[in-house]
Design a binder for this molecule. Structure first.
Ligand code: LMR
Length: 352
């Protein structure tokens, strides 16, 4: 009797799994990829926190277009910008739960999972996107991106945004002393916190979706971000000064859920993988262009006084912040810092 019941349950389970395989709801995907060479019908969700006219959203659109076109419409990609589905506080849990299949956060928001994600916050480490890309595409960068596998999360590729600059509402920031007593919003992480402490300032991590209001209401005096994020979220409207520093970076990684990834058969995965690669290509191509255009718009709007620091003024900051490297060497890893520095030597401004 027991045997019969077990047999019946097995047949039922096989039937249910087969039905799930053809489901149009990818969020229930959990089974290993089937051997079928039919493209699966899926709806893939990608959530992020920034505006549409940003490198991240443009990368997402390219990914969507590629996947939908190459799957003949069988795979749909829904993109939710501006924290409209999930934001900084809840996108990771929802990726882990497979409620969304892709996120592309600023990796410094993940330092709680692995302190090595602090790399883009190390002061003046990378001169440009090329150097940062070379690091994240290299062996050590990949090691960090793959470090969340125990949560069922895979980091596929780094998407750049670019160098960050500091805005504030109190005074022009030209020397380290100018930071004294001010409070800055950061994306999060021990290195950014230490950076402001070293400059005699305070800091607080605030979700991106709450930043405009926090600046407007004076919860913090300032923040650091790329031209693209400052322009598209109009932070210059509520900040009187912007120091062009390029001292830290916004580097994203496109993360996916392992259960979802393994649930795709070869024909489906091939298209999704190629779509992610196309998104990566476009995000990397757009980051410098969109940031340069955003800088021009900020200048034209004239809402904020722009302070372009000289190489000598930058050098003062570099020296004051240098001890941060030693302080975080054991948490981040001497090998990681060395690989990042080697990438900058090869691709940074010194070689141009
Ligand atoms: C921020 O929170 O300031 C940025 O990292 C947001 C983003 O995704 O670019």
């Amino acid at each position: 009797m027991k045997k019969k019941l077990f047999g019946l349950l097995t047949v039922l389970l096989v039937f249910v799994l087969a039905a799930c395989g053809g489901s149009s709801d990818s969020t229930s995907a959990g089974e290993e990829g089937t051997a079928s060479d039919e493209i699966q019908e899926l709806t893939i969700k990608f959530a992020h926190v920034v505006s549409e006219n940003t490198p991240k959203h443009q990368g997402g659109l390219a990914m969507k277009e590629y996947i939908e076109e190459h799957s003949g419409g069988k795979i749909k990609v829904e993109i939710y910008p501006n924290s409209s589905l999930f934001g900084d506080q809840d996108e990771y849990q929802n990726l882990v739960a497979n409620n969304i299949q892709f996120i592309a956060p600023d990796v410094t928001k993940f330092v709680g999972h692995n302190p090595q994600f602090n790399v883009p916050a190390l002061p003046f480490l990378f001169d440009n996107d090329e150097a940062a890309i070379a690091f994240w595409d290299g062996e050590k960068g990949k090691e960090i991106l793959n470090s969340l596998e125990s949560d069922g999360v895979i980091g596929l590729y780094m998407w750049p945004n670019g160098g960050k600059h500091i805005t504030n509402n109190e005074r022009p920031l030209v020397t380290p002393e100018d930071f004294n007593g001010l409070k800055f919003r950061t994306q999060g992480g021990q290195v950014l916190e230490e950076l402001y402490t070293t400059l005699g300032a305070g800091s607080e991590s605030i979700p991106f979706s709450e930043l405009y209001t926090a600046l407007d209401q004076g919860v913090v005096d300032g923040q650091e971000n790329t031209f693209s994020n400052i322009e598209s979220k109009k932070f210059d409207e509520v900040q009187d000064y912007m120091s062009v520093m390029n001292h830290t970076r916004v580097d994203y990684a496109i993360f996916t859920n392992t259960t979802f990834w393994n649930s795709m058969n070869d024909a489906t995965k091939e298209i999704v993988q190629a779509g992610v690669e196309e998104g990566t290509r476009v995000a990397r191509e757009e980051s410098q262009k969109l940031n340069a255009a955003a800088y021009e718009i900020i200048k034209e709007r004239g809402e904020t006084e722009i302070i372009e620091l000289t190489p000598e003024q930058i050098e003062v900051f570099r020296q004051v912040l240098e001890p941060i490297y030693e302080e975080f060497e054991s948490a981040i890893g001497a090998d990681i810092i060395e690989a990042a520095r080697a990438a900058n030597e090869e691709y940074g401004n010194a070689t141009e």
